[in-house]
Write a protein that binds this ligand. Sequence first.
Ligand code: NDP
Length: 344
Amino acid sequence: MNNDTLVNRRITLAARPHGRPAPQDFRLETRPAPVPGDGQVLLRTLYLSLDPYMRNLMDEVGPGYAPSVALGETMVGGTVGRVVQSRNPQFQAGQLVLANAGWQDYSLSDGADLLPLDGMAQPSLALGGLGMPGFTAYVGLLDIGQPRPGETVVVAAATGAVGAVVGQLAKLRGARVVGIAGGADKCRHAVEKLGFDLCLDRHEARLDERLAAACPAGIDIYFENVGGDVLDAVLPLLNIGARVPVCGFIAHYNQASPSTASDRLPKLLATVLQKRIRMQGFIILDHYAERFTDFRKEMAEWVAQGQVRLREDVVDGLEQAPAAFAGLLEGKNFGKLVVRVADE
Ligand code: NDP
């Protein structure tokens, strides 16, 4: 194939956001598609995953986390792509792969970070329940939370990529599951389609009172996705010995400085101490070598048997990614947010 005519659109980080990411923090650039060298493949992006961690990488990040996106560089992100040219004997043109191509149409890879997805009926799920977010729920809930039958599990962002899987896996382990989500439609979905016992709308008043009523036996596992008002409502309800896998705190990602929430600290520390809480942060990248094979096998079976249901929120067009991403940080997505960059 002659790729003189192939044009690569890419979205770069133009400025570090102050608060909510704004359109001017991104730049859409157009360039000729890159040409694969010896050992490389040229990938066409079909789906781009939009995930909350990208907001953190738009800031200057300290050591111990994934590196920040440099100004002027392509925004990072997981992708599903098709090999359009291959100079790597392990990949053939036409193959579907999971990749890390970022927010762009075409990219090069030496193959080391690619996972073949051949035969997958709905390849975009490799970015959601069958991929990183589903794996996050699996490790965070099963390995860290360790739910037991009859325990009460609470999870917010309950219809999102991670939360929806957390709640369904907790049900499979025999727990009672209370979700928290933004809006009546999401709450109905959590109960009627995902099988949660209850789901509370975080936009309605008195979340603390409604959560207390929903958890008469207290909370044994709080899967922390959001922080903020939800954490305030959860803290007084945690049982002695409760487990809190700390997965994320999206309510604070757009805050200029996390210190604005420091008045919560004494209450948090008192609860951790007095209730003997086991609170454990985790970064899913650390767990691939040990657990990803088990996860893929088990989750594929649960999904095939209808025991775990996965909902996607698909947005069309790479150019829509900045607005869709800003919406994700405010709860506009309903299900795993994915951008369809090109037709399969
Ligand atoms: P989601 O698909 O759940 O989308 C984000 C959701 O967060 C929104 O839809 C919204 O849901 C909720 N939300 C947004 N703003 C607020 C707010 N101010 N207060 C409460 N809820 C809010 O995203 P993911 O499932 O991909 O991610 C969920 C969490 O998991 C995030 O914190 C993310 O950073 C974390 N994560 C951590 C990983 C790790 O390795 N530790 C890996 C992957 C994800 P609603 O409107 O329904 O409330």
